[in-house]
Ligand binder design. Structure first.
Ligand code: GLA
Length: 733
């Protein structure tokens, strides 16, 4: 006997509640699909869903539909929804108007809900899954669409469940960016109409990170209400926030399909990527803390989680393609001496890869550089006490490669066989069709071979071009590619095939860590993070750029995931010259690394770098486990803290990016500590902090100050040079 459907379902986590409206009929409520009635701070036992429903009573407005179609989890065209329907499909132009009725609701022992709705008219079944994680308060939710008809169903959209947005959350914080400048906050005032971000790059992209924050006028870093939404998907996506003229707003995220990309044969299903959501009452700090807590609990393989994140040395900006065993060994000497714990050999090590114009696809060690393979280098690196990591870019092929010469048909293209569509190269490379089983097999064998024959503990998995012509090459069967798909767009299947390949490699080599890189932070999302351990945040190692990038990145991802390297003094990407105190002080708040030529670096810089690495290691546990406290900062400043869970200690960073308008700066407020405790305050970075005249720097070190004074009164900052920072360590006294 199926359980009777209740009108409402309420799920609680430690600090949040989610109430689902599942009334399927009633005099005033001829509701069809399920809808979110409430998502926000945890409701007390005295609050009933009926109260919420009563308070939500709306009325007919002039020249409007007498009854508004609800903002259901998947708002439907058959219900007259005039916004963007959550699921959109047809059968040769027919059966597009779905009007689903709830068929069953089940709740598992953790309170996760599964709601099945059926539309007999369009012959579809829609399954919504929703769960609130108890400790992090993160909402996870998906929409699954099943074809229960007897003919093919063409699917144009199947978004993750739609989130009604309270009208007073009238600010949209989206993200813009480009190569070398990812995760840039893009604030927009919500307006009547649609805020839409679309990504067709075949990866989560540099310019349209799949996340959006909706908040009130009053919300800031430390206070106020906000929803944070993220789509865990590494392919194409759309983000939509619409304020309807009827005075309602909603947010929707889902995959973005190319024409004809998705069709479902009878009984086939498609499930949307997972939407991860946080409802915060305490500003962006609490919002990011929730995401971080969730990621730490759910996304890190426990054996890796136990291990401190090793400090990297990466060869890219030190050597580029100009590799030699001798220089690599010399670099390994220097890297070990400054404190690196993992040596990562970047691009250029494989057959004929002397520049970015050849070699991709031929994943065999170049004998002209490494006549005896990688072992001599790996042995050397290990003898220095470091692990060894290797760069790969498996999804790609250069036309100038043995692989392409042997298999020119293994690539994605817009080819139809009827007329010419030019093949577009980017960085001299093409994209392999991972949906072909033989391509998967080839790549698995290459990587498995490298990992089996060499002591490699880490892969930097790169992806250096957009998938701009994502037409498949006709081989159905390897993944869930629909049959007869020759020439059809395959970004969805390509992304699944990538996940499958990564999963297979991880199964075969469970201790090998993988970094997700796509020309920097072009593939940063919780889809790829299910298969990887670190994200390369950006190709720019310019510390000033990094502060802004890390600020955006850290809204969603915790510090231990965030690759952050100390680059050369003159930044290769911006040309800006930045001293070591600033470079190291910025990188040490992530998964730290070094990416500069240590063979030419001045001794004094190296000594400072060594101290920076040591400081990172000393506080690594706090940085990689603590709570990020976001602080209000003026446009020419950047400040934040990392506080231990027990509030016993904190590390705060204050950076001055550009000159102050006033002759002396303001105060830094150390929020988030225990107001009742006393803390000893020390400036731990730079090594010799100084100012133009006698200042607070001369009196603050070692002072004991109460948590409430630190937060509410704050410490006067010294007069600092632009492009400099101070790091304070506070320990309970
Ligand atoms: C991309 C990465 C860089 C580096 C190069 C190598 O640009 O983001 O870090 O690995 O490729 O070609």
């Amino acid at each position: 006997m199926p359980e009777q459907i209740q009108p409402f379902y309420t799920v609680h986590s430690d600090h949040c509640s989610l109430v689902l409206d599942c009334r399927s009929s009633g005099s005033n409520h001829d509701r069809h699909g399920p809808a979110i009635l409430y998502w926000g701070p945890r409701l007390g036992a005295e609050t009933t869903p009926e109260m919420l429903a009563l308070m939500a009573t709306r009325q007919e407005a002039q020249a409007c539909m007498p009854e508004e179609a609800p903002i259901a989890l998947s708002p439907e065209l058959g219900a007259g929804f005039q916004g963007n329907a959550g699921i959109q499909f047809h059968r040769d132009g027919r059966q597009w108007a779905s009007y689903s009725k709830i068929d069953s609701v089940t709740e598992d022992q953790n309170g996760a809900l599964k709601i099945v709705s059926i539309c007999l008219a369009s012959e579809i079944k829609v399954t919504h899954r929703l769960a609130l994680d108890k400790h992090s308060d993160v909402l996870t939710t998906t929409t699954e669409l099943t074809n229960i008809g007897s003919q093919c169903l063409w699917v144009d959209q199947c978004n993750a469940p739609t989130i009604p947005v309270p009208m007073h959350y009238n600010k949209i914080l989206g993200f813009a960016g480009r190569w070398g400048n990812e995760f840039q906050r893009q604030p927009v005032d919500r307006f009547m109409g649609t805020y839409l971000r679309e990504n067709r790059s075949g990866r989560s992209s540099h310019d349209a990170f799949p996340g959006v924050i909706l908040h009130t006028e009053q919300t800031n870093e430390g206070a106020g209400a906000a929803y944070g939404l993220h789509l865990g998907w590494s392919g194409n996506h759309q983000i939509r926030v619409e304020e309807q003229f009827v005075g309602r707003a909603y947010a929707q995220m889902g995959e973005l399909f190319f024409p004809g990309e998705l069709s479902l044969e009878p009984n086939q299903s498609y499930c949307s990527p997972t939407l991860y959501g946080v409802s915060s009452e305490n500003g962006l700090s609490a919002l990011s803390q929730s995401f971080h807590r969730y990621i730490r609990a759910k996304f890190r393989n426990s054996s890796r989680a136990e291990k401190p994140r090793p400090v990297h040395f990466n060869t890219w900006e030190a050597m580029y393609f100009d590799l030699s065993l001798e220089r690599l060994c010399s670099l390994a000497d220097k890297a070990a001496a400054v404190g690196a714990e993992r040596f990562v050999l970047d691009d250029g090590w494989f057959k004929n890869r002397r520049s970015d114009s050849a070699g991709l696809g031929d994943w065999f060690v170049d004998k002209s550089i490494f006549p005896q393979g990688l072992s001599p280098l790996i042995d050397y690196v290990q003898a220095k006490g470091m692990e060894f990591g290797l760069w790969v870019e498996p999804e790609m092929v250069n036309p100038d490669s043995d692989l392409y010469r042997a298999h020119p048909d293994w690539i994605l293209s817009a080819e139809t066989g009827l007329g010419e569509v030019p093949l577009l190269l980017a960085r001299n490379q093409l994209v392999l069709d991972l949906t072909r089983p033989e391509v998967q097999e080839y790549l698995f064998k290459c990587i498995d071979g490298l990992l089996s024959q060499n002591a490699i503990s880490y892969l930097k998995w790169d992806m250096n071009r957009a998938v701009s012509q994502p037409g498949g090459t006709s081989q159905p069967g390897g993944t869930s590619q629909p049959s007869g798909a020759g020439g059809r767009a395959v970004p969805h299947y390509q992304t699944l095939a990538l996940y499958q390949l990564l999963a297979r490699i991880r199964d075969a080599h469970p201790t090998v860590e993988i970094e997700s890189c796509a020309s920097g932070g072009g593939r940063a999302d919780l889809g790829i993070l299910s298969h990887t351990d670190r994200i390369w945040t950006s190709d720019t190692n310019d510390a000033l750029d990094r502060l802004r990038i890390q600020n955006g990145f850290s809204l969603f991802f915790p510090a231990e995931i965030m690759g952050a390297h100390v680059g050369p003094k003159d930044c290769h990407i911006t040309g800006r010259s930045i001293n070591m105190a600033m470079r190291a002080g910025v990188a040490l708040f992530g998964h730290m690394g070094i990416e500069a030529n240590l063979l030419t670096m001045e001794e004094s810089e190296k000594a400072e770098l060594t101290a920076g690495v040591a400081l990172h290691k000393q506080h690594r546990q706090l940085i990689h486990r603590g709570d990020l406290v976001r602080l209000e900062s003026a446009a020419n400043e950047n400040s934040f803290g990392m506080i231990s869970g027990d509030r016993e200690q904190g590390l705060f960073s204050y950076a001055l990016l550009d000159s102050h308008a006033n002759s002396a700066p303001g105060r830094l407020r150390f929020c988030g500590l225990n107001p009742e405790a006393q803390y000893k305050i020390n400036i731990v970075w730079p090594l010799k902090p100084s100012s133009i005249s006698k200042s607070i720097l001369d009196v603050i070190d070692g002072a004991v100050i109460s948590g409430d004074a630190l937060a509410n009164s704050g410490v006067q900052l010294p007069i600092m040079l632009p492009q400099s920072l101070l790091i304070f360590y506070l320990q309970k006294h």
